[in-house]
Design a protein around this ligand. Structure first.
Ligand code: BEZ
Ligand code: FE
Length: 295
């Protein structure tokens, strides 16, 4: 028996690969994703005329990214974030389509289950940082018709003014600067914290090497993270960015949006300070969240 040898080369790649995967991949969605991935990978290699050294450097880089991952460090997500892919996937999946609902943005790698459930108005600072500026964050959670949403759960987390999340710093109490609040009849939320400062994404791994090689800084503008959920509404994963932050126009992970900037203002309201149990002076930011109904 003579076996016919199939010739592979520049004349039939990637077509031969696409034909093989196209014929054999049964699940239609997976087939679509695989064929597009192969098409773009081959086009990329052809476009830059990838050398063997460059191909192997790429393999070594991806290997190092995987090796840097552990229970608390996800270097692949950081790679996706710093290439703008996470922000693109967020935009594809949460396009507000011109509605009035609050825009979403990336989750980031520092969300941890188990934030303390706190009464509305509580302070999420368990251990203050020396340079932390006291702040009160407040606003409404309502639907697109302007009605308050009762029983909405608001999860908040942020880094300290030194630039670390609780799981990154062993000297910080567990779940410092995180909290979970549930809205009452008025749909309002309010809590005390420290004004978030800009901080760098982790740069001690291969993604840090990539940023340096590309001449990019690792900074994110100051922000509070939120996940807001309520029965009958789409889950909202978003940030409130700190106004006047010098990195608002160059976020290392391409996740800023104008509509998500909160205006922090000096506040002289002694009654509010008393009610919120914060010392003067402090700053206040009012930001209203609007949730879209789930269909
Ligand atoms: C964050 O905001 O926590 C974050 C997002 C993407 C990469 C690194 C950090
Ligand atoms: Fe963050």
């Amino acid at each position: 028996m003579t076996v016919k040898v199939k010739d592979f080369g520049l004349n039939n790649l990637p077509d031969a690969v696409l034909e093989e995967y196209g014929d054999k991949t049964k699940d239609p969605r997976f087939r679509k994703v695989m064929l597009s991935l192969i098409t773009h990978l081959h086009a990329f290699a052809k476009d830059v005329e990838l050398t063997e050294e460059e191909w192997f450097a790429g393999i070594q880089f991806l290997t190092a990214v995987g090796q840097k991952c552990d229970d608390v460090r996800q270097e692949f997500i950081l790679l996706s974030d710093t290439l703008g892919l996470s922000s693109l996937v967020d935009s594809i999946n949460h396009d507000s389509a011109g509605g009035s609902a609050t825009e979403s943005t990336v989750l980031g790698p520092f969300y941890a289950e188990g934030a303390p459930e706190l009464p509305m108005g509580a302070n999420i600072v368990q251990q203050a940082t020396e340079k932390g500026i006291r702040a009160v964050v407040m606003g409404d959670i309502s639907n697109e018709q302007g009605q308050p949403i009762v029983g909405a759960t608001l999860d908040v987390w942020q880094s300290s003014s030194d630039g670390f999340y609780h799981m990154q710093d062993e000297n910080m109490p567990d779940h410092n600067l995180t909290g979970r609040f549930v809205t009452g009849e008025d749909g309002k939320y309010y809590f005390a914290t420290e004004k978030p400062a800009a901080y760098p994404v982790p740069t001690d791994g291969p993604v840090g090497d990539m940023l340096r090689a590309c001449g990019r800084h690792p900074m994110r503008p100051g922000h509070l993270h939120f996940i807001i959920t309520a029965p009958g509404y789409k889950r909202l994963c978003t940030h409130i960015f700190t106004n006047e932050d010098e990195y608002l126009d160059s976020d290392a992970v391409f996740a800023t949006k104008t509509s998500l900037v909160g205006e922090y203002k000096d506040c002289n309201d002694e009654a509010l300070a008393k009610e919120m149990n914060v010392e003067m002076p402090f700053e206040k930011v009012v930001y209203n969240f609007i949730l879209a109904e789930s269909k």
